[in-house]
Design a protein around this ligand. Structure first.
Ligand code: BG6
Length: 609
């Protein structure tokens, strides 16, 4: 999950490439490189963050108006300058950047070595570069033929941008499974792995599909299919604004995005609620289809999976349809037994996560209806699903998701409420009450952010020295504890586990000792006392407890620090309790001086297995 960019136009490419790469660093940041074509192609690469590359070229005169760039998340070959992209072919005919993984690269190395090719790096990408050169020289049919033969020959995922020595004013691109967007304006043509990299220059874009290639000229883009025939593409307009890809005075994108939650949740609710009714018509799912659903399978990765765990409780309770929640990387290889009248619900912020995409294809291969909840318009999961429900979180830059998570939650609430009404599980009064309460969530979160942030900063910075923490809850509180624990791990590198509070005494409570931090989430009325007694158990073993609970509740006997969230319907508490949990993770990381937006070893969307 690297980031690639490219520009071909009237302006100096170097500034546009570096700016684009800085907007893609959340995809990978262990090395970076650019290739600029002026009289000849000049390649510059550096290990580490983009700042190292900028430092390296700061005194260089790079006036070329055509170039490609890359920021890396190493998969094949350690992060170093040699393995950084762009890569160049043996005879220098092909210069290339790549996002994805070539699965059969070892077999191809053997093939190419038979033709005297040598390799200077440990990467799969260098193989791709030389294979294109190999076909280009062998068949002498130009870039289209060479790239198409390569696409037929390789297995895996890729988005590539290629410069051919013999074609000075052109950049060639192709993709399969890895994301790419192509932009156009009066100053030239642009390519990138994700929208924020080109949003500053244009909102007019093309979506290139799988196994298609394109030639980016200075004033136009021409598309071809695998047969080499030209294909027409429609230009689309992106709705996001540039500022959404900037920090706007916040120290980190994560805290900016936490504070954007009231607005983006409101936008997502407004896109789903029309005249006091939930309107799912945009998904294309009909009432008849909903009535036939026998089972729901929610499949996702990371935080999106935790949205699924929350949704399971709410969907089953409101619709009485059985719900299974599946980790995508397990689901795709488990040959799951799916009921033919089932619905597979894929949840993904990026819409490009490889395991979730493969799970979607698995469901489709079994003829099961698919619905996806996705944040990125035009992403692979959105385009390949039978039905899609877009969240309106806007571009999410911080690797640890916050606002997208919250918009996915409200999207699941809307699904559950509407399905429940269609299945006559709730009457119209309850239906309207739920919608009314749902619409109070944005303001409740806004008030919490105003009133709680400083206190949570104080509480959290007291614990930056700890090595372990536990999050406990029951029911929906357990589901949201999973997300709270992940947020802490992702950004503060503190080991943490979330536990169903009732399960703790069956083993893990042995880890609780004096001063162990336990974060308890206690909002679910029907199991309130149960969770309180579990907090008594950990306190009696010396735990220090932070308790997140509903305003007006007395948890003083089991809490060293209490964080109150406003009253709401029991189904909607995850939307409120997740906010203090996000802030705890954020402020623990800040007090450790960590790079919160780009945590080590992580990336925003994992487009490889
Ligand atoms: C990880 C991100 O790479 O992928 C997480 O760091 C995210 O924040 C997970 O939850 C799943 O990503 P997506 O885009 O499918 O929701």
């Amino acid at each position: 999950m690297c980031g690639i960019v490219g520009y071909n136009g009237k302006d100096k490419a170097v500034d546009i490439l570096l700016d684009g790469l800085s907007k893609l660093e959340y995809r990978g940041y262990d090395s970076a490189g650019i290739a600029i074509r002026d009289k000849k192609i000049e390649i510059y690469k550096a290990k580490g963050k983009l700042t190292n590359l900028k430092e390296k070229i700061k005194d260089k005169e790079l006036n070329g108006t055509c170039g490609i760039g890359h920021t890396r998340w190493a998969t094949h070959g350690e992060p170093n300058e040699l393995n950084a992209h762009p890569h160049i072919s043996n005879d220098g005919i092909v210069t290339l950047v790549h996002n994805g993984i070539i699965e059969n690269y070892q077999e191809l190395i053997l093939k190419l070595k038979k033709h005297n090719y040598e390799f200077y790096s440990q990467t799969d990408t260098e193989v791709l570069t030389n294979l294109i050169e190999y076909y280009y020289k062998k068949y002498k049919m130009g870039p289209i033929d060479a790239i198409n033969r390569t696409m037929v020959r390789v297995r895996g995922s890729y988005a590539i941008a290629v410069m051919f020595k013999d074609y000075p004013d052109e950049i060639w691109v192709a993709r399969k499974d890895s994301p790419m967007i192509i932009g156009l304006n009066e100053n030239g043509t642009y390519l990138a792995s994700d929208v924020p990299a080109i949003l500053k220059y244009t909102k007019t874009v093309y979506y290139i599909d799988n196994l298609e290639l394109a030639c980016l000229r200075k004033d136009k883009v021409i598309f071809y299919d695998l047969n080499g025939d030209e294909i027409k593409k429609e230009l689309k307009e992106i709705k996001w604004d540039v500022s959404s890809a900037e920090k706007e005075g916040y120290e980190h994108f994560m805290i900016k995005e936490i504070n954007e939650q009231p607005v983006v949740i409101k936008n997502t609710i407004n896109s789903l609620v029309k005249d006091n009714n939930i309107d799912l018509s945009k998904t294309g799912l009909t009432e008849e289809e909903i009535k036939k659903i026998s089972q729901i399978y929610i499949v996702a990765c990371g935080s999106a999976y935790h949205v699924g765990v929350c949704a399971q409780y709410i969907l089953e309770d409101l619709t009485r349809i059985p719900v299974r929640v599946e980790i995508a990387s397990e689901f795709r290889y488990r040959k799951p037994i799916l009921d033919k009248n089932g619905l597979v619900l894929i949840i993904s912020q990026s819409g490009e996560t490889a395991d979730s995409l493969a799970a979607l294809r698995e469901a489709k291969s079994q003829g099961i209806k698919t619905l996806s909840i996705v944040n990125v318009v035009g992403s692979s999961i959105a385009r390949e699903s039978d039905h899609v429900l877009y969240t309106l979180a806007g571009p999410e830059i911080a690797v640890a998701t916050t606002k997208a998570f919250s918009t996915q939650l409200v999207a699941c609430y809307a699904l559950a409420i509407e399905f429940s009404k269609i299945l006559n599980k709730i009457d119209n009064n309850i239906y309207l009450d739920l919608i009314d309460e749902l619409e109070t969530i944005p303001e409740k979160i806004s008030n919490m952010l105003d009133n709680l942030t400083t206190d949570i900063q104080k509480i959290s910075s007291k614990f930056s020295h700890i090595h372990d923490a536990f999050y406990i809850g029951r029911g929906l509180d357990y589901a949201i504890s999973l997300e709270g624990s992940l947020k802490l791990k992702e950004v503060s590198y503190i080991h943490s586990e979330a536990y169903a509070a009732g399960e703790l005494k069956h083993g893990t409570i042995s880890l609780i000792e004096n001063g162990t931090l336990v974060v308890g989430v206690v909002t679910q009325e029907d199991i309130f006392e149960k969770t309180i007694s579990n907090l008594v158990e950990v306190r009696s073993r010396g735990a220090y407890t932070i308790v997140v609970t509903e305003e007006g509740k007395d948890v003083s006997k089991v809490s060293n620090n209490t964080i109150f969230v406003p009253k709401t319907n029991r189904y909607f508490f995850p939307s409120l309790t997740v906010v203090p949990l996000q802030l705890i993770g954020y402020y623990m990381a800040v007090s450790k001086g960590l790079d919160v937006d780009k945590p080590r070893n992580l990336a925003k969307s994992v487009t490889v297995e």
